[in-house]
Design a binder for this molecule. Structure first.
Ligand SMILES: Nc1ncnc2c1ncn2[C@@H]1O[C@H](COP(=O)(O)OP(=O)(O)OP(=O)(O)O)[C@@H](O)[C@H]1O
Length: 536
């Protein structure tokens, strides 16, 4: 769940914590304090009411999405189609939505597939919230209802939603619902966050189609469904026959957006702005995640200010130069740190850490670990995985210029095609605007890329035997293996089969692997993947 910057730890936080693991300290506290009794007022965010202007100013660069979401949610008590809110991690999806609900004071239930890490936990968390049930020592930290099967969930959910909506309706009769802390309206919203994680729980994707079907199955106009995902709707199975979800896209932040976001709440704006002048651009090239940037910048800013005796002073040009020369040595190590720390792959690498390497620098440590990781995958499967990643990531129009007959490794050939490439790039820029997530591709394109990059395999690995199993069977052997490998990669969910293209009628595929993982696989093959990635 995203951090709502917690300006207000309210009843809401108390209720949400019912779905998170309990620490031993909490157990102790629980014994001595009387448990908080949840009421129907806990369906709203709580705390001070948030005005529209405050909502907008809390989320720089998200004005369009806030307005769009408010429009889709509509006036109080209006039914709505399910929403599918998506965008890269840390683009403010969760916090914006929760604060919109705080602004509207409307009742909702929130469950994240990150904290509720299995279907059963997710179901039970939603039901617990609806039943105002809090896990505590007295009930042995158990859920109100045991719910494993989707069919049971639907039955329980329908009953529990009906009774909550009745309660909300009766509340309305008691008095004006706009009072702070009182639910506004009798429509109840179910928010499911980090939906993309469901794919990892359930390889056959029945759980996902169940979730997408929920609206049609429930048929309750007083229930609004909001799904939040950090992958685009195209990365889910389509053509399943359920009601179309309304997409709301949270684009990646530009450097300017990030400046506005990071400048918020800074007591000395001029000083912080001079700091951002130095750090923002290089760090933006590495990450645009607000959470990562704000963490690294908070310690860097302290370093930046070390020479200052008065933190309220406005730096002049001379002072800026002095601050910069003092600060400069800290930039590169921090950049390395942020590059490696947050990614999943580096965490994996970290867990595999060999204690004998303690003395080396962090960057080389992780670099070594990339090499150590054993993928237990045949070389051809690795090339196929990389080919699928490239097909999903790169616009198809660039294939010709990126992969020539030598797999793009012949610089002479690439130079000759440069002008062709620049014409295509224009075309591609437009097309790329439409690309909101990994694209789909037909089998033919995958095989073509695969052939190009494997035919060049020798040139990447001149003196080693890394590609022995590629060479062993010759081209024929390799290609005959490919369809088998493709089906294994699909089973393992590294590549997913999408619906068929209505125009071509053929099946399309999509890669689900992250750039980190693709780079890791490429490194294990000594394949220069970055040379083949189209970058804006
Ligand atoms: N426009 C913004 N203004 C202020 N803070 C922001 C903005 N965008 C993101 N943040 C902050 O970045 C952090 C991450 O945001 P959040 O969890 O809402 O992102 P998310 O898109 O839901 O990420 P994920 O997909 O990983 O769940 C939060 O602390 C949030 O307050």
């Amino acid at each position: 769940m995203g951090n709502e910057e917690s300006p207000q730890i309210t009843r809401r936080a108390t209720r949400l914590s019912s779905s998170t693991p309990v620490t031993s300290n909490e157990v102790e506290t629980e014994k001595i304090t009387k448990p908080y009794k949840l009421t129907v007022n806990d369906f709203v965010f709580g705390g001070e009411k948030l005005s529209f202007d405050d909502l907008l100013s809390s989320f720089p660069a998200r004005g369009n999405q806030i307005r769009e979401l408010l429009r889709l949610l509509g006036p109080v008590n209006s039914p709505m189609l399910p929403l599918f809110v998506y965008g890269d991690p840390s683009t403010g999806k969760t916090s914006t939505i929760l604060q919109i609900f705080r602004h509207l004071n409307r009742p909702f239930v929130y469950a994240s597939c990150l904290t509720c890490y299995s279907l059963q936990i997710l179901f039970e968390s939603v039901l617990d919230q609806l039943l105002l049930h809090k896990k505590n020592a007295a009930n042995g930290y158990s859920s109100a209802k045991r719910c494993v099967k989707p069919s049971d969930f639907v039955n329980f959910l329908r009953g529990d939603l009906t009774s909550v909506i009745e309660k909300l309706k009766s509340l309305k009769k008691v008095g004006p619902s706009k009072l702070a802390g009182k639910p506004n309206g009798n429509m109840l919203y179910l928010i499911f966050d980090n939906l993309e994680l469901i794919r990892e729980w359930d390889k056959s994707s029945t759980a996902l189609s169940f979730m997408f079907n929920l609206y049609d199955v429930l048929k309750m106009h007083e229930v609004g469904l909001i799904f939040i995902s950090n992958t685009s709707p195209d990365t889910y199975y389509s053509n399943m026959g359920y009601t179309e979800h309304v997409p709301v896209y949270f684009p990646e932040y530009t450097e300017d957006d990030l400046r506005q976001i990071l400048m918020r709440n800074q007591p000395n704006r001029k000083l912080y702005s001079s700091f951002l002048d130095v750090v923002l651009r290089p760090f933006c090239r590495t990450t645009r995640r607000v959470d990562e940037l704000s963490t690294v910048f908070s310690s860097l800013f302290r370093k930046y200010c070390e020479p200052l005796s008065d933190l309220a002073s406005v730096p002049n040009e001379e002072m800026k130069r002095r601050l910069f020369s003092h600060f400069r040595p800290h930039i590169a190590p921090s950049l390395n740190e942020i590059f490696w720390v947050p990614s999943k792959s580096s965490t994996e690498a970290e867990t595999n850490k060999d204690t004998t390497q303690k003395g080396s620098t962090r960057k080389s440590e992780v670099g070594d670990h990339f090499a150590q990781i054993d993928f237990h995958m045949s070389t051809s499967a690795k090339y196929l995985l990389i080919s699928a990643f490239l097909a999903s990531r790169n616009p198809a129009t660039l294939d010709a210029s990126l992969f020539d007959s030598t797999g793009g490794s012949d610089s002479r050939k690439r130079k000759r095609k440069a002008s062709e490439k620049s014409i295509e790039q224009k075309e591609v820029a437009e097309q790329e605007l439409l690309m909101k997530g990994p694209g789909t591709f037909p089998l033919e394109r995958l095989l073509a890329i695969f052939q190009c990059i494997t035919s060049a395999a020798d040139s990447f690995d001149e003196d080693e035997h890394e590609n022995d199993d590629l060479r062993a069977g010759g081209d024929g052997g390799l290609m005959s293996d490919v369809l088998l490998q493709l089906s294994s990669l699909c089973n393992a969910n590294f590549i997913i089969k999408g619906g068929s293209c209505p125009l071509e009628g053929s099946t399309r595929y999509r890669s689900t692997v992250s750039e980190d993982l693709a780079l890791k696989v490429a490194r294990s093959l000594k394949f220069p993947l970055p040379n083949y990635l189209y970058r804006r």
